[in-house]
Design a protein around this ligand. Structure first.
Ligand SMILES: NC(=O)c1ccc[n+]([C@@H]2O[C@H](COP(=O)([O-])OP(=O)(O)OC[C@H]3O[C@@H](n4cnc5c(N)ncnc54)[C@H](O)[C@@H]3O)[C@@H](O)[C@H]2O)c1
Ligand SMILES: Cc1cc2c(cc1C)N(C[C@H](O)[C@H](O)[C@H](O)COP(=O)(O)O)c1[nH]c(=O)[nH]c(=O)c1N2
Length: 184
């Protein structure tokens, strides 16, 4: 069976001399994937900061560990390193404006305004109404290209659960609908 391709991906089909994959072809390919959307937040001696991230992944349940990939050029990057803690706040279906705010629409100093943020164990800000919140301590770090992969031990959990989630796919925010259970 011939796999489906987009025009951009067809244009990027490997040539016989195996040219490296360009950044733009890679981003076009990644835009085909759907991801959950998170506000990654931190607080501590370095101050408070946060950004929107989709590069978040579960690593292990023993001990509970996840990873997040942070661009070293983001304004929040040095703050995460200084504080050593972060919270992954996974967004619900109605929180797309917040995602845009934390992706740069609002200045770093104003991103937390107007909400009653709480904390769990580490002191990292927990978003009221987050679908789920993973309160973490950064336990390891690996530089890969433009990003650092932060390995994070999950120290506490929060969030409302059970609500419809926010997805990012095809460069747009979308809603992950919760289907009604099939009748027995
Ligand atoms: N992991 C990331 O750092 C990441 C992820 C998504 C979006 N972004 C940034 O958000 C903005 C809007 O993104 P978009 O989805 O509208 O269009 P886009 O064409 O820039 O990105 C398409 C997809 O490529 C991946 N991507 C983009 N930039 C990346 C980067 N610097 N490192 C690793 N993966 C990257 C993501 O999966 C993204 O959804 C851009 O500035 C983009 O760089 C960064
Ligand atoms: C949907 C989506 C997803 C991501 C991002 C953007 C968007 C729109 N951004 C980029 C990040 O949010 C952005 O660079 C910072 O918020 C910009 O902040 P400063 O202006 O540097 O403070 C981003 N950055 C990063 O380091 N890791 C990530 O996983 C993601 N994921």
């Amino acid at each position: 069976m011939t796999p489906a391709t987009t025009p951009a991906m067809t244009a990027g089909t490997p040539s016989p001399d195996h040219e490296p994959v360009s950044a733009s072809a890679y981003r076009e390919a990644m835009a085909q994937l759907a991801s959950a959307v998170h506000l990654v937040t931190t607080d501590g001696t370095g101050g408070r900061a946060g950004l929107t991230a989709t590069s978040v992944c579960s690593v292990s349940d023993g001990p509970p560990t996840l990873l997040v990939c942070l661009n070293r050029n983001s304004s929040a990057y040095p703050v995460f390193l200084r504080n050593g803690v972060l919270c992954i706040n996974t967004l619900g279906a109605t929180q797309d404006r917040l995602a845009a705010d934390f992706a740069g629409r609002v200045k770093q100093a104003e991103r937390f305004d107007g909400r009653d943020w709480t904390t769990l164990r580490t002191g990292a800000p927990v978003l009221p109404g987050a679908l789920v919140a993973f309160d973490c301590r950064i336990v390891d770090r690996h530089a890969v290209g433009t990003h650092d992969v932060l390995i994070c031990a999950v120290e506490a959990l929060g969030g409302i659960g059970g609500a419809e989630g926010l997805l990012y796919a095809g460069r747009r925010y979308r809603v992950l609908r919760r289907e009604a259970p099939a009748a027995e």
